[in-house]
Design a protein around this ligand. Structure first.
Ligand code: NDP
Length: 324
């Protein structure tokens, strides 16, 4: 038997239940899950506020770290430390909010060298997405000398890690937040300036004053449109989220008059080779002290309550779920 958070379609409140091992999906590798992360998508799944779950009943949790308990995959052996993020786990396939998970070997990664399971989940899907976004800016040619880089939703999971990574890489980071009371936190992560989100929530002109060489946006909606309008010539925006909305009320002006590049970030179906490389970079680059400072650890039973807090914008940084 193992403990799991269990979601049924008829009653969208997750329940902590005890399930028999043979309830697990029949897949190649069984993992004894030790840690998971609470991500925005998990919070949507747990609360039913977004159509995340596509197969019922579901064990949510889009990422996890643990130890292989049984393996029919040549790539993983019993006792090996592993982790997983994405691939529709916690959406279409049972996920990490359970003491056991059973998944195809092709979805697993060996735990990156230099990270504990807890640290891997302190980063989790959010940290991985932040790294993919930062790598997109670098790949598209944004250098520290080109000017300031903006990060929206900066006190959240993706935003906090993006601020930290960019500052460590020598960029001047301007953080945008709806919580100006968190300025000290954002400066501690490396932001040089903190701006109120409200500046970006008003309808923007097609082109605003050119200020940013790069941007990581987790908010979408009007904020993303305003960010695009205020990019410098050849600026690059990595769009990875929709915390403020799915729409995009922009014009083509920044793209055709300033050569702005809009790069989409998808962590779920990201190819395994890119994944391994991004996780290796995270393991090397992340400041473990700052990571610990932005992380709160909760037990499995607290996930439903904290999921609601997260969607209400009351959670700062990252939440790690201790599953074992
Ligand atoms: P968090 O909830 O931790 O952070 C989101 C932040 O966005 C909040 O902390 C808040 O920051 C800001 N925010 C919240 N609500 C609103 C709102 N209504 N309007 C404007 N800003 C708001 O979530 P994550 O960091 O984990 O995820 C952020 C986004 O990125 C989500 O939309 C998520 O779905 C997406 N995502 C996408 C991935 C991908 O593969 N593309 C992978 C992972 C996440 P502040 O208070 O500082 O303004």
């Amino acid at each position: 038997m193992f403990d799991a958070l269990f979601l049924e379609q008829a009653d969208q409140m997750a329940k902590l239940v005890s399930l028999p091992d043979d309830a697990l999906p029949a897949e190649e590798v069984t993992v004894r899950v030790h840690w998971s992360g609470l991500n925005y998508k998990d919070a949507l799944a747990m609360t039913g506020r977004g159509p995340v779950v596509r197969s019922w009943p579901m064990v949510p949790g889009i990422d996890f770290a643990g130890v292989v308990e049984r393996s029919a995959s040549p790539d993983f052996s019993v006792g090996q430390e592993v982790m997983l993020n994405g691939w529709g786990v916690g959406e279409k396939h049972w996920g990490g909010f359970a003491q056991k998970a059973c998944v195809p070997g092709a979805w697993l990664l060996p735990l990156p060298h230099g990270l504990s399971g807890q640290q891997a989940m302190a980063l989790g899907t959010a940290g991985f997405t932040a790294m993919l976004s930062v790598q997109a800016l670098v790949r598209e040619g944004v250098e520290p000398a080109h000017g300031p880089v903006l990060v929206t939703g900066a006190t959240g999971g993706v935003g906090s890690v993006a601020v930290m990574l960019l500052a460590q890489m020598g960029y001047e980071v301007v953080a945008v937040t709806g919580r100006l009371e968190e300025q000290a936190y954002l400066h501690q992560l490396g932001a040089t300036e903190v701006l109120a989100r409200s500046h970006f929530e008003m309808p923007s002109r097609p082109l605003e004053k050119a200020r940013w060489a790069g941007a990581v946006d987790v908010v979408g909606g009007q904020v993303l449109a305003s960010v695009c309008a205020s990019m410098k010539q050849q600026g690059v925006v990595a769009a990875c989220g929709l915390a403020g909305g799915m729409d995009f009320p922009a014009t083509v002006a920044p793209f055709i008059l300033r050569g702005v590049t809009l790069v989409g970030i998808d962590s779920v179906m990201c190819p395994q080779a890119v994944r391994r490389q991004a996780w290796a970079r995270l393991a090397e680059q992340v400041n473990k002290t700052l990571l610990a400072g932005m992380t709160r650890v909760i037990p499995l039973a607290d996930v439903p309550v904290v999921a609601t807090e997260l969607l209400d914008g009351k959670v700062r940084g990252r939440v790690v779920v201790e599953v074992r």
